[in-house]
Design a protein around this ligand. Structure first.
Ligand code: NAG
Ligand code: NAG
Ligand code: NAG
Ligand code: NAG
Ligand code: NAG
Ligand code: NAG
Length: 490
């Protein structure tokens, strides 16, 4: 079956994990019954799209017709024109995920032709024409399960079946005996052909979908420093009406085996509105943020040298002659810079209404003399900030707001510094490097584990310390995405 079939399942699958020992995942994804229903509808729509206009094998038979003779009848170009599903459901349970379609109808068209030969009519006669077949009460069911296999999801087809109920034939032209032959001798074959066609789509479709799952990355690169581990941990938990998947969710130092960040169609910024229930609930533990903090800190990514300032006040010791006389006395007319470094991994805590961030930085004032960098003073700054989480496209982002900061002169080789000097250096460091840098990182955000081809819609954020939950509906980008991004699969 075509790749279309699988996309639907991908969505279901993106939620699972493995291994007997219970490991902890720091991102949990719950697909609610609403989400499962949505996934099921996409699956059914895509499957129908892949079946419609497919041609069934031709059927031929020789039949002895009373008063007519021996007729050789051939049905060809048997085409499923359309399928209408009146009812369907998805349920999860101990055995797996069941999708059931009941009471579907399908219209088929076909060409018939025959030749009759008998001792009465030695020359033989033949005729041809078309017919339509209406299949009613078509039932389709399948059961799949999801298993964690070394951090990726494996989709297993456990059971499937297709059953044609009623079948009626309408001929355009042709003799009355032929109609009777079609009803008596061919009905069963047409029904089986439809059942086979549908079963084949399912049989071929599941492994293809599974292959697609295997191609999902285990890590997503965030930037040159960090990657996000989106390996599944544990097996998916199937409960009455939902599926829960656990994802490792921690930032790691970027290594070389990376997959670029997943494709997202631009322009879809979800609006935080609309009531619950939502299709999915993606919860991120504050350890996700902590791990990011540790990775960036360890990679020395939180360090900046400032040698040019908006007001140019720092460039030369001469500029500081009046405020810091000692500095000018020891290093007359030397260039200066400011070395700003975060001194410990920023502490990130999810609270009831936002995310609290505390950051400690060291500001080292350097004098540049004869090609040498001479640290002359160090100011420590403790910053308390908060961050309101937002959803932009399929990422969790935010904007840091400075709440307050306190300063302390750690050491100085140029005597005691005026409070005004300390304040001005500190706020310069915050305004010119720290906050803009952190905000640019935050703007990039943490990509949420949404399957390619899907996008969040009407997301809402809930703070339930130590978790942040993003409850959202999902829209399917549809064939546009499929054409451009899944073509390689089949
Ligand atoms: C499935 O197809 C039906 C009929 O074309 C449409 O109304 C429905 O919105 C589709 N559902 C999804 C989830 O694409
Ligand atoms: C099948 O054809 C009949 C008549 O030709 C039509 O009334 C019916 O709507 C069609 N069914 C579907 C599923 O399109
Ligand atoms: C599942 O639903 C059934 C009946 O609807 C209920 O008896 C059972 O306790 C539920 N199981 C769980 C795990 O929620
Ligand atoms: C990603 O997480 C999985 C599951 O927790 C773990 O086994 C794996 O080692 C992690 N990968 C990296 C690169 O840290
Ligand atoms: C989302 O899931 C978490 C558990 O992972 C749960 O604590 C929280 O209540 C859920 N939020 C909503 C709005 O359903
Ligand atoms: C900046 O200061 C840190 C210590 O606070 C030091 O490790 C680092 O080497 C300094 N960077 C430069 C370029 O001097």
């Amino acid at each position: 079956m075509s790749h279309k079939f699988f996309v639907l399942f991908l969505f279901l699958l993106f939620i699972s994990t493995s291994v007997c020992v219970h490991e902890e995942g720091f991102i949990s994804v719950i697909i609610s019954d609403k989400g499962l229903d949505f996934a099921k509808d996409i699956l059914i729509n895509q499957t129908i799209a892949s079946i419609v206009l497919s041609q069934l094998p031709q059927i031929e038979k020789s039949v002895q017709v009373p008063l007519v003779g021996k007729a050789h009848v051939i049905l060809s170009e048997i085409t499923i024109k359309n399928i209408q599903v009146s009812s369907s459901y998805v349920e999860t349970g101990d055995t797996g995920i069941n999708v059931v379609v009941s009471g579907a109808t399908a219209n088929l068209s076909l060409n018939w032709r025959y030749t009759v030969s008998s001792w009465l009519i030695p020359i033989g006669i033949s005729d041809s024409g078309t017919a339509t077949v209406k299949v009613e009460d078509l039932q389709v069911g399948l059961t799949v399960n999801l298993r964690n296999q070394e951090g990726t999801l494996k989709l297993i087809l456990l059971d499937y079946g297709c059953d044609v109920g009623e079948l009626s034939i309408k001929m355009n032209g042709g003799a009355a005996w032929l109609y009777q032959v079609l009803v008596d001798a061919f009905k069963g074959n047409i029904g089986s052909a439809v059942e086979d066609a549908v079963s084949k789509k399912i049989r071929e479709g599941i492994p293809t979908l599974d292959n697609l799952l295997q191609t999902l990355p285990k890590t997503i690169s965030i930037d040159e420093t960090a990657a996000l581990n989106i390996s599944f941990v544990d097996n998916p938990v199937l409960s009455n009406s939902s599926i829960e998947l656990e994802i490792d969710g921690l930032f790691t130092e970027r290594n070389d085996v990376l997959v670029p960040q997943v494709y997202h169609r631009r322009s879809d910024i979800s609006v935080s509105s609309g009531g619950l229930p939502k299709m999915i609930n993606i919860s991120l533990h504050e350890n996700v943020f902590k791990s990011a903090s540790e990775v960036y800190f360890a990679a020395d990514a939180l360090q900046w040298i400032l040698d040019e300032l908006p007001n140019q006040a720092l460039l030369n010791t001469a500029d500081w002659k009046i405020l810091i006389p000692q500095l000018y006395k020891q290093y007359p007319n030397d260039d200066m810079n400011l070395n700003v470094s975060v001194s410990s991994p920023p502490v990130i805590k999810v609270s009831d209404q936002d995310v609290g961030v505390t950051i400690s930085i060291d500001l080292i004032v350097d004098v540049l003399e004869a090609g040498e960098v001479i640290p002359v003073a160090c100011i420590s700054v403790d910053i308390s900030a908060s961050c309101d989480a937002e959803i932009v496209r399929n990422s969790l982002t935010g904007r840091l707001k400075l709440k307050k900061f306190s300063t302390d002169l750690k050491w100085s080789k140029i005597g005691k510094l005026h409070m005004s000097v300390i304040q001005s250096l500190s706020s310069t460091a915050l305004k010119t490097v720290l906050i803009p840098y952190l905000n640019s990182q935050l703007k990039r955000g943490i990509p949420l584990p949404i399957l390619n081809g899907f996008t969040l819609e009407n997301a809402r954020i809930f703070y339930t310390p130590p978790w942040i939950a993003v409850c959202s509906d999902v829209t399917f980008l549809g064939d546009y995405y499929l054409r451009h991004h899944l073509a390689y699969v089949s």
